[in-house]
Design a protein around this ligand. Structure first.
Ligand code: KIV
Length: 275
């Protein structure tokens, strides 16, 4: 049985919530086996898997393709599909239709969407249809150009008050959880205390109800840039590179394939062909 939105809400004030991204079957099954509470098919897919410059370059079809692969590998974690740019900053009915696709076609249990001007209305429309929605405030990469770039948000009193208001509104509109990205720790603490749904931080300090990281970042599989909030728990890039170089070397030196990787034919059968 997969964790539900109410299971996740029930964890607030009991224990910290764990969340990681995943974009494919083998990674998702490992994250699930490790007992991570929530798996997000993040639109960070654009950067860390597809090699694109911006999350705005990924669309519904790519997101669904990866979400379906993730679903096949998961037994217990709650799976959240990240609504890509322009899939919900559209007519409310169209936004609802796209949210439904994550549930019905890809087997997700809910969706995540980033704050934008009409976010409260769109969120309300989706939650009223019975789809669990995770909000996302603070640094919202899809609209980074409108919030001064990839910077910590809520650094002065006015901006911090604005984030607190957004959190309260999203709880009122029915969100079951809220991602806080790049927010000063004291502001995350205020928001976490003020609302009854869990906050999941990324670059938002230790006081959030849970934490999320992009899996390729924490495994050391994405080398283009590393945000300050990332802790690398492994350096898979160097392990993979070493393995590939060893393979290349062994092929060139005819050390691979060895006898144990090779199929044979009986001598008498061979003689029938070669004489
Ligand atoms: O796309 C993503 O991976 C995200 C997380 C950073 C929360 O939105």
């Amino acid at each position: 049985m997969k964790l539900s939105a109410s299971d996740i809400i029930g964890l607030k004030n009991k224990r910290k919530i764990t969340m990681l991204t995943a974009y494919d079957y083998p990674t998702a099954s490992l994250v699930d086996r490790a007992g991570i509470d929530i798996i997000l098919i993040g639109d960070s897919l654009a950067n860390v898997v597809l090699g694109l410059d911006s999350t705005t370059e990924v669309g519904m079809e790519e997101m669904l393709h990866h979400a379906k692969a993730v679903s096949r590998g998961v037994k217990s974690s709650m799976i959240i599909g990240d609504m890509p740019y322009n899939s919900y900053q559209v007519k409310t009915q169209e936004a609802l239709g796209n949210a439904k696709r994550f549930i019905e076609e890809a087997g997700c249990s809910g969706i995540k969407l980033e704050w934008f001007e009409h976010c409260p209305l769109v969120t309300e429309n989706i939650t009223r249809a019975g789809i669990p929605v995770m909000g996302h405030i603070g640094l919202t990469p899809q609209t980074a150009d409108k919030i001064g770039g990839f910077k910590v948000q809520g650094k002065d009193a006015q901006a911090a008050k604005c984030l607190i208001d957004q959190a309260v509104i999203l709880e009122e509109k029915g969100c079951f959880a809220l991602v806080l990205e790049c927010v000063p720790d004291k502001i995350s603490e205020i928001i976490t205390r003020k609302i009854n749904i869990p906050t999941i931080g990324i670059g938002a300090g230790v006081h959030c109800d849970g934490q999320v990281l992009v899996i390729n970042d924490m495994l050391g599989l994405f080398e283009r840039y590393t945000p300050k909030f990332v802790k690398k728990y492994a350096n898979l890039s160097s392990l993979i590179l070493k393995a590939i170089e060893e393979y290349k070397d062994e092929v060139i030196k005819e050390k691979f394939p060895g006898k144990e990787h090779t199929f044979t034919i009986k001598e008498e059968e061979l003689r029938k062909i070669c004489g």
